[in-house]
Design a protein around this ligand. Sequence first.
Ligand SMILES: NC(=O)C1=CN([C@@H]2O[C@H](COP(=O)(O)OP(=O)(O)OC[C@H]3O[C@@H](n4cnc5c(N)ncnc54)[C@H](OP(=O)(O)O)[C@@H]3O)[C@@H](O)[C@H]2O)C=CC1
Ligand SMILES: O=C(O)[C@@H]1CCC=N1
Length: 281
Amino acid sequence: MRIAMLGLGSMNGAILSGFLASGVSADDVVATSRSAASARARAAEHGVTVLAEEDDAEANRRAAAEADVVFLGVKPHGIVALCTEIRDALRPEAVVVSVAAAVDLQMMQDALRAGQPVIRSMPNTPLSVGLGVVGLVPGAHVTADQTDRVKGLLGACGAVHVIDEAQIDALTGISGSGPAYAFHLAEHMAAAGVELGLDPALAADLAARTVQGAGTMLVENHISGAADAAALRRAVCSPNGTTERAIGQLDSHGVPEAVVAAVKASADRAAEMTAQLREQV
Ligand SMILES: NC(=O)C1=CN([C@@H]2O[C@H](COP(=O)(O)OP(=O)(O)OC[C@H]3O[C@@H](n4cnc5c(N)ncnc54)[C@H](OP(=O)(O)O)[C@@H]3O)[C@@H](O)[C@H]2O)C=CC1
Ligand SMILES: O=C(O)[C@@H]1CCC=N1
């Protein structure tokens, strides 16, 4: 299967890392970047061919023309222009997969040739280490085989959920943006350790491995049904002990409400961006 990755920044780069680690051959991938400098850097990083629009105005069209699956990995405001650019180069059976927030299926289908299969997705960057989460919304012209092919590719680097388009902003608020919440938590746990006198490298290591260990326990217990997040939290809290005191601080500082507000803000922002993009097309 030939894969084109149009735009190779944080997200498409993470997907490509996941693909290569899961056994996709670098020879089966052609990517593009806007600038020649970033194309060179990304080619060296991933060992795949990266064409640059700066060098060759036809770069996206050339990469898309050969592909069975085409991942659109540019910023949301660039997606419709990219669809228009590659429209006539795509093979009719090539599946176009957007990873962009806010750009709905209709906008992409309107910019592509009638009948071109399009899948809207919301991935996250832990796909790079085989632990991602992806929401997939297959468009009207996508066959079950085509959905399975894309599910197979992404499923080798994470969990894939096929959802309705109406659910994608909520999913974005949890799993699309969510890695940043965990990184934010780790960042501030480590900073507190430094304030308490720990060496910064030790504090960062403690925070990183604690988030990793808690995440792995959470997923294993979730899959087996043995315990949910609240039960695992309670198991760390000894009565009148250190953690109970710490959780009391999180609660009294409004962390539960802040987390709910953060997830909703991400989802709301996605909806706001969709409305803005609709006005522009
Ligand atoms: N970052 C994340 O965690 C997530 C991001 N997303 C979505 O992924 C998409 C990309 O975001 P992200 O990866 O963070 O952004 P980045 O800025 O990291 O990457 C964007 C990439 O697009 C390239 N690019 C821009 N214009 C063109 C063009 N015309 N032709 C070819 N390449 C082009 C850039 O090239 P150059 O470097 O040369 O400028 C860069 O490689 C967004 O739509 C976002 O909503 C979705 C889920 C999570
Ligand atoms: O911040 C963003 O808009 C993108 C979408 C989800 C994660 N990053």
